[in-house]
Design a protein around this ligand. Sequence first.
Ligand code: HEM
Length: 229
Amino acid sequence: MIHESHDQSLKPEARSLRHARGQLSSISRIRKPITTLKILIVVTGLLPAAALVVGVLTDALGANPVEKITHQTGTTGLAFLLITLSITPLRRMTGWHELIRIRRMLGLFAFFYATLHVLTWVVLDQFFDPYAMTKDVIKRPFITAGMTTYLLLVPLALTSSAAMIRRLGGRRWQQLHRLTYLAAIAAVVHFWWLVKADVTEPQRWALALTVLLGFRAWWTLRTRLSSRF
Ligand code: HEM
């Protein structure tokens, strides 16, 4: 009350200055958790790569280091892809819209690990042999699915910046970035097809992806139905 009456006694300029200051401080209060979250993502995102580097340097990757690197980079890439896809459902469910500010970083981590994964195959498995690589892509369906995933991720990474959003226009950018769904489906298919006997692990990824895409399908359907009736 005392505070309010004191506010009334201030000149309009001073009042609006105080109001602006209040707004700034609440914006910085919102930004802080996102900044902390961003730092946390960078640190945890770099950990698997750092562990691999340490493993290589200390010769601790076991009997088959190429296999270990392939598995680690592939799984981390897929995990980041699905975490990226979980941002929109999380925003809608929690109302924490600021989460959008970490989506690009998560997507770029997915691309980073996918690139390391593909490079492992190109350099350490196929020894840069274009003939062997083409044959592998054509002959082994799970490699075809892996290549499809990667080719879908490339345009997404290239257009992820704010400048590209402006250049393409929001609507076209959004349409293009729906390729993320296809990339995630292709990645799960890639995993499923490479497993010979026990499909438990790819099944878990498929279930997680179904839930994430299910949310989107349900919201789209609900919006269409409510606009019709
Ligand atoms: C040119 C593209 C790609 C090639 C040639 C490729 C190749 C491979 C190979 C050779 C394996 C190991 C197969 C085995 O253990 O027998 C593998 C595993 C895997 N890849 Fe890829 N891959 C590609 C793209 C991707 C992408 C883009 C992702 C995901 C973002 C991905 C995710 C995985 C996963 C999750 C595994 C299984 C890891 C595990 O067993 O724990 N791959 N890939």
